[in-house]
Design a protein. Structure first.
Ligand code: ASP
Length: 339
């Protein structure tokens, strides 16, 4: 049996110790540990990496503090519209959904897209019709209602901001996203711009993801998100886009988190694999270079990645990233938040 590996994330951004209470940190850690346990249980039984990443992401989607599934942020209309993707590196098959509403676990629906359709990505009404057809488990609006997300939306509306679920740098170079209106905040990542905000900054973190290597050396990646607070115009980020926020093949599996537009422009998840394949780099060097490239184009965030030997790397250029992985012969859990 080869070495199994599993890594997860719960979002990257400006996560300041000064804004974190002990209790909140404990909650985050318990959410990450529960997800690691769910994924590890699959791998230790000899199950496939695809099952493991799905199990880990379902656990993170069910945990209300992360921006995915139950804890998803609100759109400008006060709805939750979620995106998710997963990819099986062994078969190079992938499934993804975008803008789904009331689907309890969007990652499960992404799996159905992969298994039951000849397509990779279904979006909006069609994706919701598909959810009904495959009897995906649905949940009422109240299930997705979390007070801190609602307050976050009111805050964003008051400031006229479309807000990523983490704070960061405002793009200011030749790589600035065309058309981004920094004044009205379409690229303003500062989630605590309103000093009167009642929302503790750290509460607002959290796209989630998982990558795994099973005992056969097969790889898989999964990512799930509620996107941006107060989003409109059908904005989709990198999460459900294969190659941008999620990717897996015979070399590595990658799940990204951060300012999605830059991960799309950098094709970041695929970039790790390309650097390994074309430059012959190790997983760690390839992932480091991908994050260096992200920094060059003014993007902020991080990624988690594994290779077929069970190596794991979790680089990021933000202040912090909620993250965890298993390590050693006993597959002990390591959970970290800050740099
Ligand atoms: N990448 C996600 C998006 O842009 C957000 C995140 O990772 O927090 O939709």
């Amino acid at each position: 049996m080869g070495k199994i590996a599993l890594a997860i994330h719960g979002g990257a951004g400006t996560i300041l110790r000064s804004q974190m209470t002990e209790e909140l940190e404990r909650e985050y850690r318990s959410g990450l540990e529960a997800a690691l346990k769910a994924g590890r249980a699959v791998l230790e039984k000899g199950g496939p990496s695809l099952e493991a990443v799905e199990a880990a992401v379902v656990s993170l989607e069910d945990f209300p503090l992360f921006n995915a599934g139950r804890g998803s942020v609100f759109t400008s209309e006060g709805k939750n519209e979620m995106d998710a993707a997963l990819m099986d590196g062994r078969t190079l098959k992938a499934g993804a959904v975008a803008f789904v509403r009331n689907v309890r676990n969007p990652i499960r629906l992404a799996r159905e897209v992969m298994e039951r359709t000849g397509h990779v990505l279904l979006a909006g009404e069609g994706a919701n019709q598909f959810a009904a057809e495959v009897h995906a488990e649905m949940a009422p609006d109240e299930y997705f209602f979390t007070e801190h997300r609602w307050l976050q939306l009111q805050d964003a509306i008051a400031d006229g901001r479309v807000q990523l679920d983490h704070a960061g740098k405002i793009p200011d170079s030749k790589f600035q996203i065309a058309g981004a209106d920094l004044e009205s905040g379409i690229s303003n990542l500062e989630s605590s711009a309103n000093p009167q905000s009642q929302i503790p900054n750290p509460k607002s973190r959290g796209t989630v993801g998982a990558v795994a290597c099973d005992k056969n050396g097969s790889l898989a990646a999964a990512t799930s998100t509620g996107g941006m607070t107060n989003k409109k115009f059908g904005r989709i980020g990198d999460t459900p886009l294969i190659g941008a926020g999620t990717y897996a093949d015979d070399l590595c599996a990658v799940s990204c988190t951060g300012h999605g537009e830059y991960f799309m422009l950098g094709v970041s998840a695929y970039d790790v694999s390309a650097r390994m394949r074309y430059k012959g780099l190790s997983l760690e060097d390839a992932a480091r270079e991908t994050i260096e490239r992200l920094t060059e184009i003014n993007g902020e965030g991080g990624l988690i990645a594994v290779d077929t030997k069970g190596n794991v790397t979790l680089p990021f250029n933000s202040e912090g990233m909620y993250r965890g992985h298993i390590t050693g012969n006993d597959n002990l859990m390591v959970v970290e938040i800050y740099k």
